[in-house]
Design a protein around this ligand. Structure first.
Ligand code: SAM
Length: 394
C-alpha cells in the first residue's frame, strides 16, 4: 500500500470527522480512486496529481488532502532531525517561499507535538542554510507550503498538505449565527441520510442555511471546490494551472435540478444570514426561505410533501433545562403529526433533551461538530400508523 512518487503516483491521506469515514470512502470510490483504505478519521488511497486536485475539488466530506512524501522509523529527536534532512526540500520549495510545520504525535518516544514540529522546522532551515547560506521563512497563518508530520509510535510520515485552509471553509459562508454546523459535517449528514435528491428537502430551523446550501449543491451536482479562492497546492513548485482549469471546466457539469429545498427559522436575523450565504453560493433560485417558528410550519402549505427533513435544533445549555426538554417534546409531536411520510433527522449534542422526542429512532450515529460530540438520529414517520402500513402491504 505504501509508496512514494512511483510513476507519478503517491499515497494520499484524506482527513475527515469521526463518523464520516464510510461516506468519504464512497465519495472516493465515485471519484475513481483506487487502493482505498479506511482509517480513523481518515481514508487513504493511491493517486496522482490529477486525483489529488480532484479530491480537493470534489470531496464534500474531506477536511484536508495530504500527499505523503517520505516515511521513516524514528525513536528520538536526533533521528527525526537526521531523517528529515534526507529529504531534498528544495524539490518542494524555494528560499522565497514561506512554510509551516504541523505535527500530530501518538507515541511513547515523542510526547510533545510542538517540539517535534520545531525539530522538523530546524532540520529544514539548516538544510537550506548549508546549501544557500540563506533560509526560507515560517508563516503559520498562510504559508506557501504546509508540511504535516504524523508520528505513530516510531513510524513517521511526512506529508504536504495540498488543501491549505481546511476544506470545510468552502467560501460561501460569510455570515453565521451562534452555533453553525460545520459544512463538511452538514454534507456528510445529507449523504448519510440517503436522500434521493428528488423528494423535497426541509430544514425548519435552518439558522445560517448550511444544510440547505449543501443539499442544493448535492442535488445540482455543484462541486464544493467551485467557491474556493485557493487550494494549498496552488503555491507548490509543481503547480499545474492548466490541469486545475481543466478540472474546473470538465468536472463542473451542473444538473439544474428543480427539487424543492425549503428552509425556515424563527429568527429574522438568521434568515437574513441564510439569504446572504445562499446568494454567495449563487443558489437563490434553488432555495425557498420562510421566517416562521416550527410550531407553525406545515410542509403541505409549502408544497414539500413526502420528503426529508434534516435539522439542527438549538441545544444551547443557556436555555433552561425544562424549557429545552419541552421544546424537544414539541418537536417530536410536530414530526409525528405534520411530517407524515417524511424521513426526519436531527443532530444535537443535548442527549437529555433528545430523550424527550418521544419517537423511536430507526437509525442512530455519533458525529462530531468540531469538538462537540453529537447524536444524529433518524425517525421515519409513516403516513398512517405503522400497523396500517403493514396492513396495506398484506
Ligand atoms: C443550532 S441553530 C442552527 C444552525 C444551522 N444549522 C447553521 O448551520 O447555521 C438552531 C436554529 O434554530 C432556530 N430556532 C430556535 N427555535 C426555533 C423555533 N421554535 N422555530 C424555528 N426555528 C427555531 C434558531 O433561531 C437557530 O437559528
Amino acid at each position: 500500500m505504501k509508496m512514494s512518487n512511483t510513476e507519478g503516483k503517491f499515497n494520499l491521506v484524506v482527513k475527515t470527522f469521526k463518523g464520516l469515514e464510510d461516506v468519504l470512502l464512497s465519495e472516493l470510490e465515485e471519484l475513481g480512486a483506487t487502493d482505498i483504505k479506511k482509517g480513523n478519521r481518515m481514508v487513504e488511497f493511491i493517486g496522482d496529481k490529477t486525483m489529488m486536485y480532484k479530491a480537493n475539488f470534489h470531496l464534500r466530506t474531506a477536511l484536508r488532502v495530504l500527499k505523503s512524501i517520505a516515511e521513516f522509523e524514528v525513536t528520538n529527536e536526533n533521528e527525526l532531525y537526521k531523517s528529515i534532512q534526507t529529504v531534498d526540500w528544495s524539490e518542494y520549495f524555494d528560499l522565497r517561499n514561506t512554510f509551516a510545520v504541523d505535527s500530530v504525535v501518538n507515541s511513547k518516544e515523542f510526547s510533545h507535538s510542538k517540539y517535534v514540529a520545531l525539530k522538523v522546522k530546524d532540520a529544514i532551515v539548516d538544510q537550506f542554510r548549508e546549501k544557500y547560506e540563506k533560509r526560507p521563512y515560517v508563516d503559520t497563518e498562510d504559508p506557501d507550503v504546509r508540511i504535516s508530520i504524523h508520528i505513530s509510535n516510531t513510524s513517521c510520515t511526512v506529508s504536504l498538505d495540498s488543501s491549505g485552509e481546511s476544506l470545510h471553509k468552502r467560501g460561501y459562508r460569510t455570515k453565521t449565527n451562534k452555533a453553525p454546523l460545520n459544512e463538511v459535517l452538514a454534507a456528510g449528514m445529507i449523504l448519510m441520510s440517503g436522500w434521493d435528491k428528488k423528494s423535497s428537502f426541509i430544514d425548519p430551523m435552518c439558522g445560517s442555511g448550511t444544510l440547505l446550501i449543501e443539499a442544493a449543491m448535492i442535488a445540482n451536482n455543484i462541486p464544493p471546490g467551485i467557491y474556493r479562492q485557493k487550494f494549498g497546492f496552488e503555491t507548490w513548485k509543481d503547480f499545474d494551472n492548466e490541469l486545475l482549469e481543466q478540472i474546473y471546466e470538465e468536472e463542473s457539469e451542473e444538473n439544474n435540478s428543480d427539487v424543492k429545498i425549503i428552509g425556515a427559522d424563527i429568527s429574522e436575523i438568521a434568515i437574513r444570514m441564510a439569504k446572504e450565504n445562499i446568494s454567495n453560493a449563487s443558489l437563490k433560485r434553488k432555495i425557498e426561505l420562510h421566517i416562521k417558528p416550527i410550531e407553525n410550519f406545515d410542509p403541505i402549505k409549502v408544497k414539500g410533501e413526502n420528503g426529508i427533513l434534516i435539522t439542527n435544533p438549538p441545544y444551547d445549555e443557556r436555555i433552561k433545562k425544562n424549557e429545552i426538554n419541552n421544546f424537544y417534546k414539541v418537536l417530536g409531536d410536530i414530526f409525528k403529526n405534520r411530517f407524515k411520510g417524511f424521513e426526519t433527522w436531527l443532530i444535537s449534542n443535548n442527549f437529555d433533551a433528545i430523550k424527550n422526542i418521544g419517537l423511536k429512532p430507526s437509525k442512530k450515529q455519533t458525529l462530531f461538530n468540531g469538538a462537540l460530540e453529537c447524536k444524529f438520529l433518524n425517525y421515519s414517520i409513516y403516513e398512517g400508523s405503522k400497523k396500517d402500513k403493514y396492513k396495506d402491504l398484506a
